[in-house]
Design a protein around this ligand. Structure first.
Ligand code: NAD
Ligand code: UFG
Length: 340
């Protein structure tokens, strides 16, 4: 089978390409380098020993996308990562998010339909659950989104569901919890542009000296140590889940044309636990201060992943320790490369 990966030079897309090739799939990929660099392709070539089939295509450009599909033959399924993902930016620039995340997905669906491609795996997010009682399963009610970014994920899921009713398309929507970590080679990982919003890149950048200290956003939450709880999933485990999702579509094991799966570990860890784990596995002492709560943070969320285990035959294998170890190795690699 040949899989088109949109957003393939991004954080999760690049790790997924590695796992798809490892599993024996053919892969082609597109990106517009809005949040990634061409150097990722060289590193993917090094890791996989394969010349990655890449074209620079912007999914907002419907004509270019259709032309791309006309020029490629044999694509069996699409894994759709390409989107903007910064929650805060989406509040300031909602139209950018609706145009790219929603408009881009519509363009992709139209181009797929024209090309007769009927399988898609979509990148969704646990943000669709908002503040819910964990562990959260797939039947948990979807709450009104708290940001335009979160809303784009909800809208896209609805569009995809509608499209399954109107065509032969089969959809797997994967709701990621908190992806962290990097490939063991340290050749690919997350490349936050500017000051990171997310916890783990902020931790590693602080430990390496790029940031003075980490602010823990609130220690007065109703949790055992007062800090927020999340389900941190290693990006390689997450990437492997996409291979399982493609197999699920290919083997026609699905019961519904639109299926949704939570992808997490099933464990919740607090911010302080993450810091302590980082310190324990790296031997680094992290400079941090307790600050006020960050607007919009949910107190605690972690997944129930029973459905993914039962239907995809997938579960995570990498620990929080491994997440911290690989994130640190990646940060050190970035520094050795002059952060390029
Ligand atoms: P990323 O920014 O690292 O990767 C996305 C890639 O898509 C980038 O390489 C970017 O250049 C590309 N892209 C963006 N707009 C494009 C366009 N118009 N045309 C072509 N390429 C375009 O992000 P990621 O962390 O790898 O996230 C991948 C997907 O997973 C996104 O849809 C994101 O919303 C979703 N997701 C991410 C997280 C997370 O915490 N990382 C959590 C839940 C869901
Ligand atoms: N945190 C800090 N200090 C920091 C950064 C984060 O204490 O400098 C805390 C946050 O308050 C939160 C936890 O660390 O309690 C995790 O925060 P992240 O920003 O790493 O992750 P979020 O759970 O807030 O959000 C992530 C993605 C979103 C996505 C959401 C749900 O960044 O894009 O998961 O999928 F919408």
């Amino acid at each position: 089978m040949k899989i088109l990966v949109t957003g393939g030079t991004g954080y999760i897309g690049s790790h997924t390409i590695v796992e798809l090739l490892k599993a024996g799939f053919d892969v082609c990929t597109i990106d517009n380098f809005d949040n990634s660099y061409p150097s990722v392709l060289e590193n993917l070539n090094k890791i996989t020993g394969t010349q990655i089939e890449f074209d620079e295509v912007d999914i907002r450009d419907k004509a270019a996308l259709k032309k791309y599909f006309q020029s490629k033959s044999g694509i069996d399924a699409v894994i759709h990562f390409a989107a903007n993902k910064a929650v805060g930016e989406s509040v300031a620039l909602p139209l950018k998010y609706y145009e790219n995340n929603v408009g881009g997905t519509i363009n992709l669906l139209e181009a797929m339909q024209e090309a007769g491609i009927n399988n898609i795996v979509f990148s969704s997010s646990c943000t669709v659950y908002g503040e819910a009682n964990p562990p959260v399963d797939e039947y948990t009610a979807i709450l009104p989104a708290t940001s335009p970014y979160g809303n784009t994920k909800q809208i896209c899921e609805e569009i995809l569901m509608d499209q399954t009713r109107a065509s032969d398309i089969k959809v797997v929507s994967l709701r990621y919890f908190n992806p962290v970590g990097a490939h063991e080679s340290a050749l690919i990982g997350e490349l936050p542009i500017g000051v990171p919003n997310n916890l783990v890149p902020f931790i590693t950048q602080t430990a390496i000296g790029k940031r003075e200290f980490l602010t823990v956003f609130g220690n007065d939450y109703p949790t055992p140590d007062g800090t927020c709880i999340r389900d941190y999933i290693h990006v390689v485990d997450l990437a492997i889940a996409h291979v399982a999702a493609i197999n699920y579509l290919a083997n026609k094991k699905y019961r519904d044309a639109f299926s949704v799966f939570n992808l997490g570990t099933g464990n919740g860890n607090s911010v302080l636990e993450v810091i302590q784990t980082f310190e324990a596995v790296t031997g680094e002492k992290l400079a941090y201060k307790i600050g006020g709560r960050r607007a919009g943070d949910v107190v605690q969320i972690y997944a129930s992943c029973d459905k993914a285990l039962k239907e995809l035959g997938w579960k995570t294998e990498r620990s929080l320790e491994e997440c911290m170890r690989s994130s640190w190795k990646w940060e050190q690699h970035l520094q050795s490369m002059g952060n390029k």
